[in-house]
Design a protein around this ligand. Structure first.
Ligand code: HEC
Length: 249
């Protein structure tokens, strides 16, 4: 800080101190009044408006695709940016590393940014960084809110009884909340569009679907042991031929 700035600041401060009201109890008192009014408003709305609780949980459901609350959409979308064969990469990057690095930078800002200027137009760099962060958050939230959990609309070529059944089973079991199949899907599990190239065999897929960890120790994929034999067989046949015998659209 330059000498003149320092003196100007001290002058302003002394004046504010002489004329202003003290933080305690004045500001605290005002804060309390506002907080109480806010709570009264929320409680009033809850009583007046009857909050809807929704349908009871149906535990046996298999087609529920979980979606986060709106204020987590940016994290939800961030997960998709760090896609990779390794399912842990997006989780570690998007829920731990990126948010924590940003938080650490926020905490360190007063130590890094030592300028005494407060006016926005005198702080183009800080403004630009803030704008970039808020724009990215808004954009990610928008993308997360509008991204469809892809399901149902799968078509396989060539079509046969197996592909018809497999498309239904995939839609009903939410495979695409974790896997890209066709054009869309999640990235917690590997992209399955060319899984047939691995030539694992139909039986491997049946066993893996029934109990993923029996084939891939520690697999986080949920078991689909309740699928019927014909469903499993059709799904496994299509999976084993995806990218070779069958193409997906
Ligand atoms: C909760 C997320 C999740 C769901 C839902 C899910 N999977 Fe998976 N899946 C994974 C993960 C993670 C892996 C990687 C570990 C493994 O191979 O078991 C995986 C692996 C696989 C593999 C082996 C891929 C490879 O490259 O080795 C196949 C095939 C597969 N899943 C098919 C399915 C099908 C079909 C469904 C729906 C019936 C499904 N998955 C539902 C998470 C999921």
């Amino acid at each position: 800080m330059k000498k003149a700035q320092q003196e100007a600041y001290k002058r302003d401060y002394a004046q504010a101190k002489a004329e202003g009201k003290p933080f305690f109890p004045y500001a605290i008192y005002k804060d309390h009044i506002v907080a109480i009014l806010c709570f009264a408003w929320i409680i009033g709305m809850a009583i007046w408006h009857r909050v809807e609780i929704g349908r009871p949980i149906y535990e046996a459901t298999t087609d529920f695709v979980p979606r986060p609350e709106w204020y987590f959409f940016f994290l939800f979308e961030l997960l998709k940016i760090f896609k990779g064969e390794n399912f842990l990469t997006p989780v570690i990057m998007a829920t731990f590393i990126v948010p924590n690095v940003l938080m650490a930078l926020l905490v360190l800002t007063p130590f890094i940014d030592r300028t005494p200027e407060r006016r926005l137009e005198k702080r183009p760099f800080a403004m630009a960084v803030a704008m970039i962060i808020f724009t990215s958050l808004a954009w990610l939230t928008y993308k997360g809110a509008t991204s469809e959990a892809a399901s149902g609309a799968l078509t396989f070529e060539p079509q046969d009884d197996n592909t018809e059944l497999a498309a239904k089973v995939i839609a009903a079991n939410g495979c695409q909340s974790c896997h890209v199949i066709g054009a869309g899907g999640g990235n917690l599990g590997p992209n399955l569009n060319t899984i047939g190239n691995q030539k694992r065999g139909v039986q491997w897929h049946i066993d893996h679907l029934k109990a993923p960890s029996s084939k891939v120790p520690g697999s986080p994929m949920p078991p689909f042991a309740s699928l019927s034999e014909p469903d499993l067989k059709a799904l496994a046949t299509v999976l084993d031929g995806l990218g070779t015998t069958y193409q997906v659209k």
